[in-house]
Design a protein around this ligand. Structure first.
Ligand SMILES: [Zn+2]
Length: 413
């Protein structure tokens, strides 16, 4: 396929061009897997551990439901019919729940089918409390994967979008979460509740349309050659998606190669324009570990087949340096520096003015493209095949009573 060949050529060319800035040693970068086998324990009613607080000293919890409090070995510490508003604190001595101190965390509060309030939000199942190495309180909501998704979709997609585009999002979000659960299985939690993983608001944010999208795609995930892969998504690609391995240090993957997207032109993020002073850019680079004097110029370089810059070249008082473009986008603030698909960079009136297309990293599902495809009558399977060519939809084994795995019938077959 010409697009893939072109991509590979660009990749080789970019490698030849790449050289670290003078005085900086190239650090060995760990290349992460893009696809993994699904262990048996993740194929039956998987439960996900979501960190909902990672740096508080204390939170307040309450519940109108009967509750049990356990230690990490499953021994009941106490129980009751209703949990009144109670402070939970982390200290050097352990976890304090109300006036009771527990010196061997974790402490787990379980409400079964009820709901637990923590601050303004409500959560299903259980909350687990323990300390970070620095003594901060970590709160983990352990929950059935599909219940977690019901609290993700309303915040990661628009509940007003068509059923098919929401179903596509449900499958992508489930795949992404399960991949993270397998990848992080040695960690104390699999995902966080913010943009680093997927935004999750608990029960408080659930909406009927997104809950339906999770229910009708129950247990469905994307696989390629029988392995689950990291199914990324982003707001708006701006005309073309790109390769995962061009954005992060991950292995190349056949379903994450990027390609043309003809469906997101109407997105309000299709084009963007923003300006920064050299001093603001200097601060952003310092945040990323590159304290440079006197920023004099910026160029988008090593352009890939999608039109994205793989690197930015920064000219400063005494030299120049190349920085990975997606890192630079994050340091600059991804809400304002929306993409690495840069059309022009001009210096005018003491500011660098960037004009670009799209919002997000540009890998995998383009959400505004999926929205439009849903409106045009495409099914969620066609949407998924368009953005993840060659992938299959498989049901987790716990759904054995439902139809077996089938090939995605799509646009590119
Ligand atoms: Zn798009």
């Amino acid at each position: 396929m010409p697009f893939l060949m072109l991509n590979r050529l660009f990749f080789c060319f970019a490698l030849l061009l790449w050289s670290p800035a003078k005085g900086t040693a190239a650090k060995p970068v760990e290349i992460k897997k893009s696809a993994v086998e699904i262990p048996a324990e993740y194929q039956q009613r998987p439960r996900v551990r979501v960190a909902i607080t990672r740096s508080s000293e204390a939170v307040r919890i309450s519940s109108d439901s009967p509750f049990h409090v356990f230690d990490g070995d499953g021994h009941t510490l106490f129980q009751g019919k209703r949990l009144a508003d109670t402070a939970v604190r982390a200290s050097a001595q352990g976890i304090q729940l109300g006036t009771q101190k527990f010196s061997h965390p974790p402490v787990i509060v379980d409400v079964g089918d009820g709901k637990l309030r923590i601050g303004p939000r409500s959560y299903r199942d259980s909350l687990e409390f323990f300390q970070s190495e620095g003594g901060r309180l970590i709160v983990v909501n352990e929950i059935a994967l599909d219940d977690y998704l019901k609290g993700v979709l309303p915040l990661e997609a628009n509940p007003g979008w068509t059923a098919e585009s929401l179903k596509a999002q449900a499958v992508v979000s489930r795949t992404y979460a399960l991949f993270k659960m397998i990848q992080n299985r040695q960690e104390s939690y699999a995902v966080s509740d913010d943009v680093i993983s997927q935004v999750y608001g608990g029960m408080s944010h659930e909406k009927p349309s997104t809950t339906r999208a999770v229910d009708v795609t129950q247990g469905e995930i994307l696989t390629y050659d029988g392995k689950i892969f990291s199914a990324y998504f982003h707001s708006t690609c701006g005309g073309s998606t790109t390769r995962a391995d061009f954005i992060w240090p991950v292995e190349p993957h056949p379903a994450l190669q990027g390609g043309e997207c003809g469906f997101c032109k109407e997105s309000q993020h299709s084009r963007w324009r923003n300006a920064w002073t050299p001093a603001e850019i200097q601060k952003a680079l310092a945040r990323g570990g590159h304290p440079l004097p006197d920023i004099r110029g910026i160029h988008a370089v090593d352009i890939d087949a999608s039109g994205r810059a793989r690197n930015f070249e920064i000219q400063y008082a005494t030299g120049k340096i190349k920085v990975p473009s997606n890192d630079f986008r994050i340091w600059m603030g991804p809400m304002k520096f929306k993409s690495t698909l840069i059309q022009t960079i001009r210096f005018e009136g003491g500011r660098f003015i960037f004009q670009g297309r799209g919002w997000g990293h540009g890998v995998g599902l383009c959400q505004y493209g999926a929205k439009k495809m849903g409106e045009l009558g495409y099914t969620y399977k066609q949407i998924l095949d368009y953005y993840f060519p060659g992938a299959r939809i498989q049901k987790l084994k716990s759904q054995a009573d439902l139809p077996p795995a089938e090939t995605v019938q799509g646009l590119q077959s």
